[in-house]
Design a protein around this ligand. Structure first.
Ligand code: ADP
Length: 422
């Protein structure tokens, strides 16, 4: 199936978020971890390439994005979406602007829009200023982010130093007049040579208007929420065949496992809630792992009845995490736990597990890498932004759900398993 929309995301969880929202349409979405080595085959109508370029040097970000663009073009895509964080996470140099400009140049496009708004999650743009809930971005906790501290709330001021062509605003008053008025305003700005247009949005209705006005641009840029109205618009344009492949429901065996390496408050609650169901569970202790390695955990998982979905977890309260980090160092403690969970995932697969519930962003990266997964087909959504995904692990079809930090309800593990019964 020819790809209709090619998406490039600047980080992994952002890519799953985008893929999940596109998949709400019921149309098949494929997520690739990095630019595939091989030429496109068996592509989905919506293809998302997850890069890790939010804070890498500009030239590397641009090179990787152009490489992704080339692959998506080879897959047949003619329209593209550059996805970044809804808090516009970037440094003074980029990489949002330079990547957008490079993609525009490659596509011969003279204008694009920037709309990171995600009203459902409290991200709104008004008069070019980004708000997180009721706080301007620069007063929100994002001001203290360790890698991309956001100290200005004006998207115009943030974007200007990142690009070489003029930046302007299409404000909420224009958006409120509807898609045609917005399109007229964009053409006027285009005639004035404005290449980069920040567009205000405070509600989902605004995003619908913006998507309607801009969905035939070669390149749109923004947060994941802006992409949500696109499938319906493409279908109305006749770009999605009526027989476009829908979401998959592959037949998988009954074996399942929960692997939890996140220590967020919500994951702690989720682990407690799952333990209370009486499920078999094994707790990973970083200090013990540092001394003896993961063999005991691997042997434990191999001996379990996987039809009962055992849990292996390193999830711990902040004091225990700090204690382990003080003894081992933050990085080493994290890596030891990630390696152990990755080894357990492999052992579980070899013992017959076909459904994997994984908690933790970094943990998800370690587990998917160990399983040799480089492509995920997006399935049913379990919680907002967390879908089941289907993949092939060294020849074996499996399902994975990759939950970062605070996502999901307290009963997430059981919710996930009940959404994908064998
Ligand atoms: P989240 O999505 O909540 O940020 P991540 O998996 O991205 O979760 O990050 C959690 C990190 O904490 C991982 O590197 C993991 O290996 C590490 N970790 C998990 N449990 C412990 C623990 N008990 N002590 C120290 N580090 C831990």
């Amino acid at each position: 199936m020819t790809t209709v929309l090619g998406c490039i995301a600047d980080d992994f969880t952002g890519a799953t978020d985008l893929a999940g929202l596109l998949a709400r349409s019921g149309v098949k979405v494929s997520l690739r971890m990095g630019v595939p080595d091989e030429t496109p085959s068996e592509t989905a109508p919506f293809e998302v390439i997850a890069l890790k370029i939010r804070t890498v040097p500009v030239d590397q970000a641009v090179a990787q994005a152009l490489n992704a663009l080339e692959w998506l073009q080879a897959a047949g895509a003619q329209r593209f979406f550059w996805k970044y964080c809804s808090t516009f996470d970037s440094t003074a140099d980029g990489n949002i602007g330079p990547v957008a400009e490079a993609l525009m140049d490659a596509l011969g496009s003279t204008q694009t829009i920037y709309c990171p708004a995600f009203p459902e999650n409290g991200r709104a743009i008004f008069m070019g200023n980004l708000f997180v809930g009721q706080q301007p971005l620069a007063e929100s906790p994002m001001k203290d982010h360790p890698l991309t501290p956001m100290r200005d709330s004006s998207l115009i001021r943030l974007l200007k130093p990142q690009v070489t062509h003029p930046v302007c605003l299409a404000d909420r008053l224009t958006v409120a007049k509807g898609a045609e008025a917005l399109r007229d305003h964009l053409s006027y700005l285009s005639s004035e040579g404005v290449a980069h247009v920040i567009v205000d949005a405070v509600a989902d209705e605004d995003l619908k208007t913006i998507a309607e006005a801009c969905h035939d641009m070669p390149l749109m840029t923004g947060g994941s929420a802006l992409a949500m109205p696109l499938p319906a618009l493409f279908a109305a344009d006749g770009l999605l065949a009526a027989d476009a492949p829908g979401m998959l429901h592959p037949d998988l065996g009954p074996g399942a496992v929960v692997l939890s390496g996140s220590c967020s408050a919500m994951t702690n609650q989720q682990v407690a809630s799952y333990l209370a169901t009486g499920a078999a569970a094994y707790r990973l202790d970083p200090l013990e792992l540092a001394e003896r390695g993961p063999d005991a955990a691997v042997a434990w998982i191999a001996a379990q009845d996987l039809t009962k979905t055992p849990l292996i977890y390193a999830t711990a309260d902040p004091a225990s995490v700090r204690a382990a980090q003080e003894r081992l160092g933050v990085e080493r403690a994290g890596a030891i736990v990630e390696d152990a969970l990755a080894a357990c995932a492999l052992a579980a697969r070899d013992a017959g597990a076909r459904r994997f519930v994984v908690a933790g962003g970094e943990t998800s990266g370690a587990v998917t890498q160990a399983l040799g997964v480089d492509r995920l087909d997006i399935g049913a959504e379990i919680a907002p932004g967390v879908p089941w995904c289907f993949a092939v692990s060294e020849g074996t079809p499996i399902a994975l759900t990759l939950k970062s930090g605070n996502f999901g309800a307290e009963t997430f593990f059981a919710d996930a398993l009940s959404k994908l019964t064998p």
